[in-house]
Design a protein around this ligand. Structure first.
Ligand SMILES: Nc1ncnc2c1ncn2[C@@H]1O[C@H](COP(=O)(O)OP(=O)(O)O)[C@@H](O)[C@H]1O
Ligand SMILES: [Mg+2]
Length: 741
């Protein structure tokens, strides 16, 4: 990387040197051509030796130096001929031709330098971007779960991908642009001083002016960019939240509300963008003004100096200085683009950097999670699990005590059930066991050792978890199960699937284990998803199984199938089952009843059922009554022909789904060709509503376009008229004497 950066800079220097030569050559060429055009005859000749020996520059173009010494001598000699001769024209042609040749070579060199420079910067920018993304991804995974409780996933996403893309551009191509512009600026100033230090000295007033104002503008643009980013990230978060739970939004008729919220946030983005655009336009306008001011001041001062003292400056000197400063300012104007880009880079990178710093500074529980999982298997956590007076408060809600003095025991090789009303703290117990959080007081002991003595990685390697919400990744069933054990063989995977009661239905799928399950397993039914998730938990042969309301979202039929799989899986394993439906845990060795974060009852099903007025007994009876009603409902559902089941199981009607997909893609190909034109028209017609700003912008563009040719006319006028001007006539006469042909 270091070598790359070094090379990048050498090409920046190379391109700046080419730039300087370009200014000198073009000024020389302009001067020479002007000489030729203005030289109509050759009056009294001057003393050639005097001219050369004084080392004075010939005013209209050719400088006396080691390269063109011969040319000047020849020109001077030719002046004495007083005739327009062929050799004179040849000589003029030689000067012009050599300049053009040099220009050509400089052009090629410049093109090469710019090409390499941009390529190198782009490459290094991309590499840096990937490194930052990698670090962020890693750091995010190392964060405590609390971080994800506090931050929305939308914001995390934009930090990871969208923002870093902007950073990459800023440290790649835009950096190349700024360095090139700064190189141009520096070389232009050098060339200007080389041309005429007197005029250049006067013109230096522009340097602090553009730098100070540039900095002020940059500050304003950075501020607005930051606001814009914040606003976009909020809008993005709303969009992500709505689309990830679109069914809920639609079922609550919440589309209008969601749309209003999104529009509101977008308006915030728009305000910041408009402000930023205005400040940026102001900056560009100011730089244009400075550019033309440079020409005006340069020519004025140059011609005044030319008049004040003969031979002090020539037209070429003026041209060199003015062109150099103009190019310098034009370069700085491009710096403006980078100022905006660097402001965006800062705006985009700030949250990412803050995050990385916080992760480094903060105490993360998630240490060692990138270590090799397989070696963690060596430690055994097979033993009793004891919660010893555990009290816990979520860091995000410090005023609510979720668990109070909780003490319970899950014996090794047995099934322990935890029941209780929703919000009583059951899932929190599992989160503490998995060390997503640390308990506020008390301790959890596994196999005689405090939980904190185990590394997070070794602990989780030995625990299999299945939650109420089955989480599948958008890949094949094989890969989804393999996520439990990265080096699992196909045989191991299929064995786990058999244990989880999933093998048979997987084999009925068209692609069997190679079936891609869709985003979050969208192409499978709830029961099927749960069985794959169970297989994933079982494939790593965990010593401890945690089931958190695995069947509570399933209908009776699916519940039965999944429950059979769960019962099979817990045989001879330490298992903690959290269940909402009490009939599923009747056979548990020990049942704990929680209420509002405290333990209120414990025992087996039989002992708990005999506690008159007990919570468990009441809950069980209430559920029994409900379930008779539901069972009837379930039976009705079970009697429906398969096709009418409200499920997205592709096993049941795979052709329909795939046929639809094919049809859609065909339609898309056809329509994409025909509708491309109409899309352009639609985009244009969308702008109808914005006709006022577009009209004003268009008029401003026309004015800008008109300024450049007007300026060219003015410049040619200055050059042409400089020899007719009274104040310089004597000087021009002298020049004609020595150079006219
Ligand atoms: N990540 C969290 N941050 C803050 N509070 C939480 C979090 N998760 C759960 N809670 C709160 O903790 C309490 C217990 O939640 P939980 O353990 O999920 O209950 P259960 O699983 O018994 O339904 C609830 O009041 C819930 O609102
Ligand atoms: Mg829960």
């Amino acid at each position: 990387m270091g070598i790359f950066i070094k090379n990048d800079f050498s090409f920046v220097v190379g391109s700046s040197v080419c730039e300087s030569f370009f200014i000198l050559l073009s000024a020389r060429l302009t001067g020479t051509i002007t000489t030729k055009i203005s030289g109509k005859d050759c009056p009294d000749s001057k003393n050639e030796t005097a001219f050369i020996s004084t080392g004075i520059n010939c005013s209209l173009g050719i400088q006396n130096n080691s390269i063109n010494n011969d040319h000047i001598k020849n020109f001077s000699k030719l002046c004495q001929n007083e005739t327009m001769s062929q050799p004179t024209n040849d000589l003029y042609g030689n000067v012009v031709w050599s300049s053009i040749q040099y220009l050509f070579v400089v052009g090629i060199l410049q093109a090469f330098c710019v090409l390499i420079q941009y390529y190198a910067f782009d490459t290094s920018g991309r590499r840096q971007t990937n490194r930052i993304r990698n670090n962020l991804f890693r750091a995010m995974l190392q964060c405590n779960v609390t971080y994800f409780d506090e931050n929305q996933t939308g914001r995390l996403n934009s930090k990871l991908f969208e923002n870093i893309e902007i950073v990459g551009k800023g440290i790649g191509l835009d950096l190349a642009q700024i360095l090139r512009s700064l190189g141009k600026l520096a070389s232009s100033i050098c060339v200007a001083f080389y041309g005429s230090w007197q005029i250049a000295l006067i013109m230096t007033y522009t340097i602090p002016l553009v730098i100070v104002t540039g900095k002020l503008f940059s500050k304003a643009i950075t501020k607005e960019t930051f606001n814009e980013f914040n606003a976009y990230s909020k809008a993005g978060h709303i969009a992500q939240e709505v689309f990830s739970s679109v069914r809920t939004v639609l079922s609550f008729n919440g589309a209008k509300f969601a749309h209003q919220q999104y529009t509101q946030k977008l308006e915030g983005c728009q305000r910041s963008s408009i402000k930023k655009g205005f400040v940026y336009g102001l900056f560009r306008g100011w730089m244009y003004f400075n550019l033309y001011l440079t020409y005006a001041v340069g020519f004025l001062c140059g011609l005044l100096l030319m008049n004040a003292k003969k031979n002090l400056v020539s037209l070429v000197d003026i041209l060199v200085v003015v062109l150099a400063f103009a190019r310098g300012i034009a370069a700085f104007r491009l710096v403006g683009i980078f100022i905006q880009s660097s402001a965006e880079v800062c705006g985009a990178a700030t949250p990412a950097w803050d995050f990385l710093d916080n992760v480094e500074a903060g105490k993360s529980i998630e240490t060692g999670i990138f270590e090799d999982n397989n070696k963690e298997k060596k430690t055994s956590i097979n033993g009793n699990i004891r919660f010893d007076k555990v009290t816990f408060t979520y860091p995000t809600r410090p005023d609510v005590c979720v668990l109070q003095n909780m003490s319970l025991l899950a014996r090794a090789g047995e099934t322990t059930a935890i029941v209780g009303a929703s919000g009583s703290g059951k899932s929190t117990l599992i989160s503490l066991l998995l060390r997503f959080y640390e308990s506020t007081s008390g301790q959890i002991v596994i196999n005689g050792q405090s939980l904190s003595n185990y590394s997070v990685a070794e602990l989780r390697q030995n625990i299999g978890v299945v939650n109420q919400e089955p989480t599948l990744f958008d890949t094949t069933i094989y890969e989804n199960i393999r996520f439990g054990k990265k080096d699992a063989s196909k045989i191991e995977i299929e064995e786990a699937a058999r244990l989880a009661n999933a093998h048979d239905f997987i084999m009925r799928l068209p692609e069997k284990y190679e079936t891609v399950v869709g985003e979050r397993g969208a192409q499978l039914s709830g029961g099927e998803k749960q069985r794959i998730v169970l297989a994933r938990a079982l494939v790593k042969q965990p010593q401890l199984l945690l089931f958190d309301e695995v069947t509570s979202a399933l209908d009776r039929k699916n519940e039965k199938i999944v429950q059979e799989a769960l019962d099979q899986a817990c045989k001879d394993r330490t298992t903690i089952v959290i269940a909402h439906r009490l009939r599923t845990i009747q056979n548990a060795n020990q049942i704990y009843v929680l209420d509002n974060g405290t333990l209120i009852e414990q025992g087996t099903h039989e002992t708990l059922m005999v506690i008159d007025g007990g919570k468990y007994q009441a809950m069980f009876r209430a559920q029994q009554t409900k379930e008779t009603v539901y069972d009837n409902d379930d039976e009705m559902v079970n009697k429906l022909p398969e096709k009418q089941l409200p499920t997205t199981n592709i096993d049941e009607h795979p052709e329909t789904i795939f046929a639809d997909a094919k049809l859609e893609s065909l339609n898309y190909v056809e329509s994409s060709v025909t509708s491309q034109r109409s899309i352009i028209w639609r985009l244009i017609s969308m702008n109808k509503l914005q006709w006022i700003p577009i009209l004003i912008g268009g008029l401003a563009c026309t004015c800008i376009g008109a300024v450049e040719p007007t300026f060219a006319v003015a410049l040619s006028f200055i050059i042409n008229e400089s020899d007719n001007n009274d104040f310089s006539s004597s000087h021009i006469d002298y020049v004609r004497d020595c150079l006219s042909v």
